[in-house]
Write a protein that binds this ligand. Structure first.
Ligand SMILES: [Zn+2]
Length: 413
């Protein structure tokens, strides 16, 4: 009886495309569908697009069934309902009657735009030439030359790390901020080079750490090799600019450029960590051509646990790699979050002292006392307070509305 009422309800539902949904035909004949607000694209066959065109909000599922030339029976109605309200809905492509103002969810929390889409496109247009084969070779040769020069130089001078061990200059802060932004433009202009449109550049919290990100959702239209270029784009720019800083250090002997280059190299290497969603993660994901490596590893791990209990199913060696990856991923995530939380607590304790330092520096004109750590140690606690408030509001929201799971896969920190 219950089933029958459900069937009647289902048949009268009127699926409607959400505003800002678009699709594009890919070279292989399939279609790329995305909603600009949820940025969680999917690739479907032409057959599905036909159904999307019927989702005007005026057609009931029964009418859609008829217009698509299918007979109106339980099985077909169920299939169409599942297509709209499970597959497409989870991607943020379909509006639902219950909730028309759902917000997107991303693995980067509390993000806000720093550089809007228009400006990102404008700047990427001028930076995209750096991905031409010849330019890549020239810039890598230049970087290699600078690196060789520095190895010879440092082997002769043998500098101690004490000189590098501080951020005390405002110039270092500015140089590093420039590196971070150029890194994001590296992702954006790589995408532009492949004739797809980059979106905004923003800042957000990932595992309680502040990160800059470039929204390159449309990279999902590219094949995995081109996606790897987009993944590498950030580090490619970062590498070139770090070498350029080194070069300036050699010709000017200005120590700040050396310090900025040094930190930029370290941050670049850390970015290759494949166990959290930094560049290394997306590189590995795209290298293996798996949409979301963590999700896949999680599935395989659950399957593996079932394997152990039910000896009937045979385990594959490949599966063990996924299980190991997942275990490392989990351990790393827990360690990282714990570290960030402890650090955050420390920052909360230091707020009064830090405000005093900054105020004194400004009042007495000692601007060199303001450095990136000091600024970050004031901004971060505020961001965390916002995040906690946001989580609380979401929890309250959840008790009234059904959870809506949409995530962005295309964001590159
Ligand atoms: Zn990156």
């Amino acid at each position: 009886m219950k089933n029958k009422t459900n069937q009647v309800e289902v048949i009268h539902k009127t699926p409607k495309l959400r505003k800002n949904t678009y699709w594009e035909k890919l070279p292989d004949g399939r279609y790329y569908i995305n909603n600009k607000d949820s940025s969680n694209p999917l690739i479907v066959s032409e057959y599905v697009v036909h159904f999307l065109e019927l989702a005007t909000g005026m057609n009931t599922i029964k009418q859609i069934c008829e217009k698509a030339g299918l007979s109106v029976n339980n099985s077909n109605v169920e299939k169409i309902h599942e297509l709209f309200y499970v597959t497409l809905y989870s991607k943020g492509v379909i509006e639902t009657e219950e909730s028309k103002t759902k917000k997107k969810k991303s693995y980067i929390n509390l993000s806000f735009t720093i550089i809007p889409e228009k400006s990102v496109i404008f700047i990427s247009k001028y930076l995209a030439f750096l991905f031409h084969r010849k330019v890549v070779i020239i810039s890598l040769l230049f970087s290699l030359f600078v690196l060789l020069w520095s190895s010879v130089h440092f082997l002769n001078t043998r500098p101690t790390l004490t000189g590098i061990n501080n951020f005390s200059s405002i110039l270092v802060t500015i140089l590093l901020i420039l590196v971070f932004f150029l890194h994001e433009f590296g992702h954006a202009s790589a995408l532009y080079y492949f004739e797809e449109v980059p979106r905004k550049i923003g800042i957000g919290l990932y595992l309680f750490a502040p990160v800059l990100f470039a929204d390159v959702t449309d990279s999902w239209k590219l094949n995995n090799k081109k996606r790897m270029v987009v993944d590498f784009g950030g580090l490619y720019f970062q590498f070139i600019i770090s070498c350029f800083y080194l070069f300036i250090f050699f010709i000017s002997a200005h120590n700040d450029f050396l310090i900025a280059a040094f930190f930029s190299f370290i941050i670049g290497v850390l970015n290759l960590n494949p166990f959290i969603k930094m560049d290394g993660y997306w590189l590995l994901s795209d290298f293996l051509n798996i949409t979301d490596l963590k999700q896949k590893a999680q599935k395989e791990t659950l399957f593996f646990i079932q394997c152990i209990f039910k000896e009937r199913i045979q385990c594959k060696i490949q599966q063990i790699a996924f299980v190991l990856y997942y275990v490392f991923n989990l351990l790393f995530t827990i360690a990282f979050i714990s570290y960030m939380l402890v650090w955050n607590v420390e920052l909360f304790k230091q707020i009064p002292a830090n405000i005093k330092t900054i105020l004194l520096a400004i009042l007495e004109g000692r601007y060199h006392n303001i450095n990136i750590i000091l600024i970050e140690s004031l901004i971060l606690p505020l961001v965390v307070i916002f995040l906690v408030l946001k989580v609380l509001i979401k929890l309250l929201d959840k008790s009234f509305f059904k959870p809506y799971k949409v995530k962005i896969n295309g964001i590159k920190p």
